[in-house]
Ligand binder design. Structure first.
Ligand code: GLA
Length: 388
């Protein structure tokens, strides 16, 4: 949607005022490899997308924050003195969580009129939640000159989601949304938050995101369950003389020996995924840096297998998309991306085969699942920013 049109909607929702309205944008993200490693202190390799969340904001002197959105009917006016009050299942819990977190940290935030507009497909697992959190945190930081750096903003977004919304996510999404740079992916160590930007040089190829369009109903509870299983794996390994800080400290070689300490087979499988996935991220970055795209693709397939059989976060729809992608000519690699249980896959496809890919995968996916897939050609964009 055009920014002028958004400004018009803003005025319709909030009326006119002497105060200027500012516009900010935060992207969504896609993770290329390194799944369910972030909360285990491991490596991830996400990039920011060109679609995301727009936020128009203006100060008011009414001691309230007025939230409105072009995507949802629900709007609300929240008193500054009642920020900590949750609004059952509503989208405003994301920005509200952020504002509440800022307040808890001692930052002064006053009244504001806000309008959000998002063009990330809803429920696709492309981080619409981190996007709305970060656009809010960044805009308020700018509006009130709070001087909070991007890493800290990402951590505030994560804390809001963990504590206010109740989803125990890691740092990957918020970090990618905060730090993204066009045409690069972020190689992040989630334990230390050290990172580097790696150019995604895939001349002649496109990153294609395919949406299963399957509702992701139980994602949050299953996600939190996986976190618990990783903790059980670590506890079992540390029961004797070991004292690993997190699963990602353990190398693939060490795990061959250590795995016998984990008696529960499911828990052992979860740990195997995390440890091998971490190793795949390192190999994938080497492959990308040495222009070995086919190896990068093999690692994507291996990542999917591991998420399917060891971590068990895929589903018929995600597996079907990857299997159908693998059958297509010109496809180098494909895997589920994000939390799983639905959402999207990410594939690397030869530019001149993208149409054929969409047609074939789309058709066979519909036959096998009864659902229609959506396809997006990913453009790697910049992190959160002010537009004007
Ligand atoms: C979700 C979470 C992230 C990460 C991924 C899985 O997107 O928000 O923190 O754990 O799942 O890699």
């Amino acid at each position: 949607m055009e920014l002028n049109r958004l400004q018009k909607i803003f005025n319709e929702k909030h009326g006119s005022s002497e105060e200027t309205t500012l516009t900010y944008f935060a992207p969504g993200r896609v993770n290329l490899i390194g799944e369910h490693t972030d909360y285990n202190g491991g490596y991830v390799f996400p990039c920011a997308l060109s679609f995301g969340t727009y936020m128009l904001v203006r100060k008011n002197s009414d001691q309230v924050i007025r939230f409105a959105s072009t995507n949802f009917d629900y709007s609300s006016s929240v008193k500054l003195s009642e920020l900590e009050h949750k609004h059952d299942g509503e989208w405003i819990n994301y920005p509200l969580g952020v504002i509440n977190e800022l307040k808890k940290k001692g930052y002064e935030v006053a009244g504001m009129d806000i309008l959000y507009h998002g063009n990330i497909p809803n429920g696709a697992g492309l981080s619409s939640s981190a996007s709305i959190e970060l656009v809010t945190a960044y805009a308020i930081n700018d509006l009130y000159a709070l001087n909070i750096n991007r890493t800290e903003l990402a951590l505030i977004g994560q804390k809001a989601e963990n504590e206010f919304v109740g989803m125990n996510c890691g740092i990957m999404d918020q970090f990618a949304v905060a730090m993204g740079k066009s045409n690069t992916a972020i190689f992040l160590n989630c334990d230390t938050l050290e990172y580097s930007l790696v150019p995604v040089k895939i001349d002649g190829y496109k990153i294609v995101i395919t949406n299963t369009n399957k509702g992701r109903k139980l994602t949050d509870s299953k996600y939190n369950e996986r976190r618990g299983e990783c903790q059980s794996a670590l506890d079992a390994i540390n029961e004797g003389e070991n004292s690993f800080k997190n699963l990602s400290e353990i190398s693939v070689g060490q795990f061959t020996e250590l795995q016998k300490l984990i008696r529960d087979e499911t828990v052992r499988n979860r740990a195997r995924h995390v440890i091998t996935e971490n190793n795949r991220v390192l190999k994938a970055i080497k492959a990308l840096n040495s222009n070995n795209l086919s190896q990068f693709g093999e690692l994507m397939y291996a990542s999917h297998e591991s998420l399917r059989y060891d971590y068990e976060v895929t589903c018929l729809e995600l597996d079907t998309l990857v299997e159908e992608a693998q059958k297509c000519e010109g496809v180098i690699g494909s895997r589920m991306t994000g939390a799983g249980f639905g959402g999207c896959t990410v594939s690397i496809v030869a530019e001149d085969k993208v149409d054929e890919f969409q047609q074939k995968v789309g058709k066979n996916y519909e036959i096998k699942t009864g659902l229609k897939a959506d396809f997006y050609i990913a453009e790697i964009g910049n992190g959160v920013q002010m537009l004007h």
